[in-house]
Design a binder for this molecule. Sequence first.
Ligand SMILES: C[S@@+](CC[C@H](N)C(=O)[O-])C[C@H]1O[C@@H](n2cnc3c(N)ncnc32)[C@H](O)[C@@H]1O
Length: 258
Amino acid sequence: MNDSNSEQRKHRIARSFSSRAGGYDSAADVQWLVSMRLAERIKALPLPPACRILEIGCGTGFLSTRLAEAFPEAELVLTDIAPSMLERCRAKVGNRPRYRVLDGERPQGLDGPFDLIASNLAFQWFVDIREGLARLSELLAPGGRIMFATLGQKTFGEWRDAHDSLGLTCGTPEYPGAGDFPWPAGSRHGMEEELIRQPYDDGHDFVKTLKALGAGEPAPGHHPLSPGAFRRLLASLEGGFAATYHILYGELIAGGQS
Ligand SMILES: C[S@@+](CC[C@H](N)C(=O)[O-])C[C@H]1O[C@@H](n2cnc3c(N)ncnc32)[C@H](O)[C@@H]1O
């Protein structure tokens, strides 16, 4: 993807999440669950009480709320590319943190270093996760960590299969696996994974939920299905549908080799 295409895609992603900020929480069951799991991992870290924390793609504040509670003396900087998501977050978490509209993949104007950079289910929207992580790791203090959850390769496998069986092209982006995750060269890192199967009434309910989250932007270059093909797809999923969320929990530690 060239720079102009990736900038346009980012604008669409930011607009889409901003436009759905009001209804996000009631559609975001999986995102909430994963934010709780990530928060537990973060709470187990040996972080000093007065640490400096940056969150990328904070959305309406599922993880931010936990971070603010768990680290009452920390300096928090909460960021998101979508202004209305950030405003929802502020309404929930209050004025103690600082808030910034920011493309987390190209973090500029932040006064690091940070002891922790945290992100729940935002990195899958990056154009280039490896480069984004490399840039973020430059903001880490010595011994600092990036703790994140992102989507993995098996995500929405059932949805892809339904397309395949009808000879249709699926718009779900390609996600990395745990084994081929695009870590920056020379980074010290670790990863765990989890499969969450989320039930939906049918294919229509699944699509409606993604739209309600603001997560409807397809893979780069994908052309939408024709109305007829879309109807056939939904008809093939009538009578119950479950979608897998393949969650990758990653940890990158400042400095050193893996
Ligand atoms: C699925 S939501 C997750 C929000 C929140 N972290 C949560 O757990 O509910 C993805 C979030 O990432 C944000 N996002 C997408 N691309 C981003 C980018 N390049 N930089 C920063 N945030 C981004 C979206 O605006 C959205 O708020």
